[in-house]
Design a protein around this ligand. Structure first.
Ligand SMILES: *Cc1c(COP(=O)(O)O)cnc(C)c1O
Length: 383
C-alpha cells in the first residue's frame, strides 16, 4: 500500500481523521472519472459483483442478500427499520449514543411502537438488560443495536445481544455502519438485517448505503415498508427480476466502491483492515496520553474506529483554534457529540496508517506549544 507523506493525502488534500467521509485512496477516486448510464453493462456487472461481495464480507453469502439503498448511512438504517418492522410490530432499541437515539426517532416517525433500554454514552449495551426487557414485554418483535457507537467510539457486544434476542424468539436489526469491513461478528450470530455504508471502513466515497438481509426475512418483508423509496423488499425484488436499480443509482459511488472493495480484499479483508485500524488506534491513544490527554473510554471498551478525548482543563486551550491550526497542518479532527462530557474525537479509519497517526500527534504537539498549553490533562482524570 502506498501512502503519501504525513499531513497530505495522495491527492494533496488534508487527511480526514473523522468517522466518514474519510480519506480515500487515489485509485478509488480515479475509478470514478468516467460517465456510465444506469443500464451500462460495465456498471451493472460491477453492481451485481458488489452486492455479492458485501454478503461474502459478512460471511453470510448463503443465508443473506445485500440490498443497496441510495443515500447516506441513515437512509439504510431508515430502510431497515421501516421495511423489517411491520406496522403491528414493536421495536426495542438498545441506546447508548446518538445513533440509537436517531433509530428511535426513525421508528417514532414511521409510527412503529417502540420500547428502549438506555445506557450511559461511555458504557456498552448490557445484554442482560436487553434480556430483561424482552422477558417483560412479549409484544416486542424486533431489537435494534449499534455495533460501534460512533458517538463515543464504544464497542457494543452484538454477538451476546444476538444470543439473548434469538433465545427469546425475537429478531435482530444491527447498525454496523462504522464497524462493517473492519470488525466482524461471529458466524453463529443471527440477525435479520445489518446496515452499513460505502464511506466508512470500506473506504469508499459517500452515496451508497446497504442492508444485508436474511433471505427469509426479506421475502417476509413484502408490503411492510411505509415509504416507496426505502422499501427494501421492492428494491430487492427488482434486482432479482431485472438486475437494475428502481431509481437513479449513485453510479460513481458504486464504481469507486468496487475499487475500494478490491483494495479491502488486497489488504487481507476484514482482518487486515481491522488490524491496520487497531494499530492506528494504539499509536493515537498512546501518543495522546503521553501529552497528558485522557480518553473517555478504557481500552477494553474502545473500538479501533474513533477515539473520544476529554477537553483539556488548561484555559489557554481553545478548541476552535486547535481545530483550525490542525487543519492548516493537514489534519482534520472531529468535534465531540457527547452529552456526558466536553470532548473532541479523532478517527482511526480511512486511508491512514501509523505514519499518518504519528504525523497527527506531532502536529497536535506543535499546536499545543503554539497555544502555550503544557498538558492535555482534563479537569477530572478519566481513563
Ligand atoms: C455514520 C453512522 C451512521 C450513518 O450516518 P450518515 O451521516 O447518515 O452517514 C449511522 N450509524 C452509525 C453508528 C454511524 O457511525
Amino acid at each position: 500500500m502506498s501512502i503519501a507523506p504525513t499531513g497530505k493525502s495522495e491527492t494533496g488534500d488534508p487527511l480526514l481523521l473523522t468517522p466518514g467521509p474519510l480519506t480515500t485512496s487515489k485509485t478509488t477516486k480515479q475509478a470514478m472519472v468516467h460517465d456510465w448510464g444506469s443500464r451500462d453493462a460495465t456498471f451493472l456487472a460491477a453492481n451485481a459483483a458488489m452486492l455479492k461481495r458485501i454478503a461474502a464480507m459478512a460471511e453470510r453469502a448463503d443465508s443473506h442478500v445485500t440490498v443497496p439503498v441510495q443515500g447516506s448511512g441513515t437512509f439504510a438504517v431508515e430502510a431497515m427499520i421501516t421495511s423489517m418492522v411491520p406496522r403491528g410490530g414493536k421495536l426495542l432499541l438498545a441506546i447508548n449514543g446518538a445513533y440509537g437515539v436517531r433509530a428511535k426517532k426513525i421508528a417514532d416517525i414511521a409510527g412503529r411502537a417502540t420500547a428502549s433500554v438506555e445506557f450511559p454514552e461511555d458504557r456498552p449495551v448490557d445484554p442482560a438488560a436487553v434480556d430483561a426487557a424482552l422477558a417483560a414485554d412479549a409484544s416486542i418483535t424486533h431489537v435494534f443495536v449499534v455495533h460501534c457507537e460512533t458517538t463515543s467510539g464504544v464497542l457494543n457486544p452484538v454477538d451476546a445481544v444476538a444470543k439473548v434476542v434469538a433465545a427469546r424468539g425475537r429478531r435482530l436489526l444491527v447498525d454496523a455502519m462504522s464497524a462493517f469491513g473492519a470488525l466482524g461478528l461471529s458466524r453463529d450470530t443471527k440477525y435479520d438485517a445489518l446496515a452499513a455504508s460505502s464511506n466508512k471502513c470500506i473506504e469508499g466515497v459517500p452515496g451508497l448505503g446497504f442492508v444485508i438481509c436474511d433471505k427469509a426475512a426479506i421475502v417476509a418483508a413484502k408490503g411492510q415498508a411505509t415509504t416507496l423509496t426505502l422499501d427494501l423488499h421492492d428494491q430487492w425484488a427488482n434486482f432479482e427480476k431485472t438486475g437494475q436499480w428502481r431509481f437513479t443509482p449513485p453510479v460513481h459511488a458504486i464504481m469507486g466502491f468496487s475499487q475500494a472493495l478490491d483494495e479491502h480484499a488486497a489488504e487481507g479483508g476484514v482482518a487486515g483492515r481491522g488490524g491496520r485500524y487497531a494499530r492506528n488506534c494504539k499509536v493515537l491513544v498512546d501518543g495522546m496520553r503521553k501529552m497528558g490527554f485522557a480518553t473517555l473510554l478504557p481500552d477494553a471498551l474502545q473500538a479501533p474506529i474513533i477515539v473520544t478525548i476529554h477537553m483539556p482543563a488548561d484555559p489557554k486551550f481553545v478548541f476552535q483554534t486547535f481545530y483550525d491550526r490542525l487543519k492548516d497542518l493537514g489534519y482534520v479532527i472531529y468535534p465531540g457529540k457527547l452529552t456526558v462530557a466536553d470532548s473532541f474525537r479523532i478517527g482511526c479509519i480511512g486511508r491512514l496508517d501509523e505514519t499518518h497517526m504519528k504525523g497527527a500527534l506531532a502536529a497536535i504537539a506543535a499546536v499545543m506549544a503554539e497555544m502555550g498549553v503544557a498538558s492535555g490533562a482534563p479537569a477530572r482524570k478519566a481513563a
